[in-house]
Design a protein around this ligand. Structure first.
Ligand code: C2E
Ligand code: MG
Ligand code: MG
Ligand code: MG
Length: 293
């Protein structure tokens, strides 16, 4: 089976699916090869726009890592992020993604407000994580740290080894913003909201897809939007694939959206083209950006 993403082919090896242990070993060794290579080539960072609902403009971008194999195939994180977390290789991988994402943000500063980087529970638990982020920021005098958003998933709460709230507070003291990723899919979504110093709720796409035809989803979204607003947080709806869903989100007052309707994640040069084009057009309204790809 193979699916399309960003115009590149993502290969799923059926042999590996039959042999999970071998798949893990293969994933780990591929990862070690990639980390030992020129990571700009072997672990490229792609970008997906986050669109401001009111203006239709690109407000920010989520950085999403890919792997390019020696054979030239592009692999989605599904094939290696799990192995990276299990082996601890997520630590150097995550630092690479963070540095690359911020580098690109600086290149695109006049056109892009912020960049958002995924942080896995394993990374957050690392004693060196906060100092690493601090050192990246220290290397960028004059950089407004709120232009860096770190996305945390609910599973991070389950890691009992560290006090997640304390760690997020330390990150907040650096001035970076925190987003709760895949919001609504875990066990403790309300606990998150109650106790964690987050700035943004990323509403999981399972609540978003087909919302225009599903009154229950629409009610949940309205409730989350109200809750987030009351707590002084912003909301991004993930996985917007249909125009009708975007229109419903806009009508409900959702401040920002992200999804294939606007663009798939793109390699940096293509994302840059998108940035330039969207400025020229000055709006995304009614434009299916993917149709040119
Ligand atoms: P995520 O952080 O929730 O990222 C959103 C995922 O949804 C991305 O998949 C994105 O391509 C996909 N997506 C965006 N819009 C749509 C849409 O309209 N429809 C559908 N069906 N999907 C959409 P991707 O890039 O394959 O990444 C999957 C997951 O891998 C991410 O989920 C994140 O948890 C993880 N990941 C990606 N990059 C990194 C990274 O650098 N570090 C860590 N720790 N995890 C990463
Ligand atoms: Mg994310
Ligand atoms: Mg997400
Ligand atoms: Mg997700």
């Amino acid at each position: 089976a193979a699916k399309r993403a960003g115009g590149n082919r993502i290969q799923v090896y059926s042999d590996e699916l039959r042999v999970p242990v071998q798949q893990k070993i293969a994933a780990e060794s591929r990862l070690r090869v990639a980390l030992a290579g020129d990571m700009r080539d072997t672990l490229p960072v792609w970008f997906q726009p986050v669109v401001d609902t009111a203006t239709g403009k690109i407000a920010g971008a989520e950085a999403l890592v890919r792997m390019r194999t020696p054979g030239g195939e592009i692999l989605s994180p599904f094939h290696f992020v799990g192995a990276a977390e299990e082996t601890g290789l997520i630590v150097p991988l995550g630092e690479h993604v963070l540095r690359t994402a911020v580098e690109h943000l600086l290149q695109w500063s006049d056109r892009l407000g912020y960049v958002s980087v995924n942080v896995s529970p394993r990374q957050l638990a690392e004693p060196d994580f906060v100092p690493m982020v601090a050192s990246v920021l220290a290397g960028l005098p004059g950089f407004d740290p709120s232009r860096l958003v770190l996305e945390i998933t609910e599973t991070a709460l389950l890691s009992s080894a560290v006090d997640v709230g304390e760690r997020l507070n330390a990150l907040k003291e650096l001035g970076v913003r925190i987003a709760l990723d895949d919001f609504g899919t875990g066990y403790s979504s309300l606990t998150w909201l109650k106790s964690l110093p987050a700035d943004i709720v990323k509403l999981d796409r399972s609540f978003v897809a087909g919302l225009a035809e599903d009154a229950r989803k629409a009610s949940i979204i309205e409730g989350v939007l109200w809750l987030a607003r009351s707590l002084g947080m912003s909301t991004i709806a993930e996985g917007v694939e249909e125009k009708a869903d975007w229109e419903a989100l806009r009508a409900a007052g959702c401040p920002a959206v992200q999804g294939y309707f606007f663009s798939r994640p793109l390699p940096a040069p293509e994302f840059e083209t998108l940035l330039l084009n969207s400025l020229e057009r000055s709006t995304f309204e009614g434009v299916h950006l993917d149709e040119t790809m």
